[in-house]
Design a protein around this ligand. Structure first.
Ligand code: SF4
Ligand code: FES
Length: 359
């Protein structure tokens, strides 16, 4: 491919280990165990390769990246390589000492996920007692240190009523950005779909609240609203387009175009233990499979939005239609759009299958 863009971001999934058990986790059902994780030396190499490839941002993620004792060493290496470092964390474990080590290592930004504002409800969704308290303490620490903070709140049918309070919390904490993201149905969210799915009325109300808050908080708090595909008429450009902006490296070293790509059968994923990131980005069969527009079937093929949404999400087409090459059913032009609407049905339950290693 001659017009291949330079990737912007590396999503470094350092581990799948996590003390929390959120039922909407985007990690795969088959979680990687600690003994299969990349060692420090290999991650250091990957971070340098990312910088050499022209990547600007590294997202240190998981699972919970704080469970890796080498996190400060990796952060420092990324910092010295010229990468902007973003820690994506539950903040459970972001103690005074860990935070100060990371700060000294050159960490630029912290993104803390919250499950809601009511501690009992939030801790029950996270399947972790005392998590909310730890998150708030850590968030205050980040702001007091003058570091950029994003609060991320995943919205679902059982916490949507807390949205105004979530916005208020981000504001009072002094976060620069709030990401309110409706559940994206990958990984653990698929078996929990019916319990997490909001009603259309809840979704519309959330949109109204965000629009109002954005106007009120302009210049103080940036609010990103990640929409639920199930109520959409057109899909999002998943990951900014397959193989266009982001490389995901899994805890065991596979390089993927998106976090759920490994669910797609028949794709051969290269491993950073054996190939350089540059080689993978340019030549990997998996990255090239759905890159650009050549692979697209009708109605994407010839559609005026083909280079805007890049045909939506391959993993969603697979999980709903059993065919990763199909037009994303989130698109109203897809012959299978009705199937998506059928699945957009909430059930009156909050019985979840919580995330844990070993299924
Ligand atoms: Fe996007 Fe394909 Fe739908 Fe066109 S037909 S809007 S390219 S998903
Ligand atoms: Fe894989 Fe969208 S999550 S393409």
């Amino acid at each position: 491919m001659t017009d291949l863009p330079v990737p912007i971001g590396l999503l470094a999934e350092l581990t799948h280990r996590c003390p929390l058990g959120c039922p909407y986790c985007s990690n795969p059902i088959e979680l990687t165990r600690a003994k299969a994780e990349l060692d420090t030396k290999t991650w250091l190499n990957v971070l340098n390769e990312a910088a050499n490839l022209g990547i600007m941002h590294v997202h240190l993620s998981g699972g919970e990246p704080l469970v890796r004792p080498d996190l400060a060493e990796l952060t420092n290496a990324a910092h010295l390589a010229g990468l902007y470092t973003n820690l994506i964390t539950s903040a459970v474990g972001l103690t005074v000492q860990r935070f100060s080590e990371l700060r000294a290592a050159g960490l630029d930004h912290v993104q803390i996920s919250i499950q809601g504002v009511d501690p009992a409800r939030a801790d029950s969704v996270a399947h972790f007692k005392g998590g909310t308290r730890a998150k708030l303490d850590a968030a205050k620490r980040v702001v007091e240190a003058g570091m950029a903070l994003t609060i991320n709140a995943v919205l679902h049918r059982n916490n949507m009523d807390e949205l105004p309070a979530i916005i208020g919390l981000a504001e009072s904490l002094g976060a620069g950005r709030l990401e309110v993201a409706h559940v994206q149905y990958h990984g653990w969210a698929i078996p929990n779909r019916a319990a997490l799915m909001p009603t259309r009325e809840q979704f519309l109300e959330a949109e109204r609240i965000v629009v109002e808050a954005r106007a009120r908080l302009e210049g103080t708090l940036v609010i990103d609203h990640v929409m639920p595909d199930y109520f959409a008429e057109r899909p999002k450009a998943c990951m900014g387009g397959w193989g266009r902006q982001v490389i995901v490296v899994t805890p065991d070293g596979r390089a993927l175009p998106c976090h759920a790509a490994a669910t797609i059968p028949g794709l051969d994923f290269d491993n950073v233990r054996k190939k350089s990131l540059a080689d993978i980005w340019h030549h990997s069969e998996a990255f090239n499979r759905f890159r650009g527009t050549q692979w697209m079937p009708k109605p994407c093929n010839g559609c005026e939005r083909a280079e805007i949404d890049w045909g939506g999400c391959r993993c969603q087409a697979l999980s709903i239609l059993g065919d990763a090459t199909a037009t994303d059913p989130a698109c109203a032009l897809s012959p299978n759009h009705a199937r998506m609407k059928e699945l957009a049905v909430a059930t009156a339950t909050n019985t979840y299958r919580f995330r844990r290693i070993g299924g």
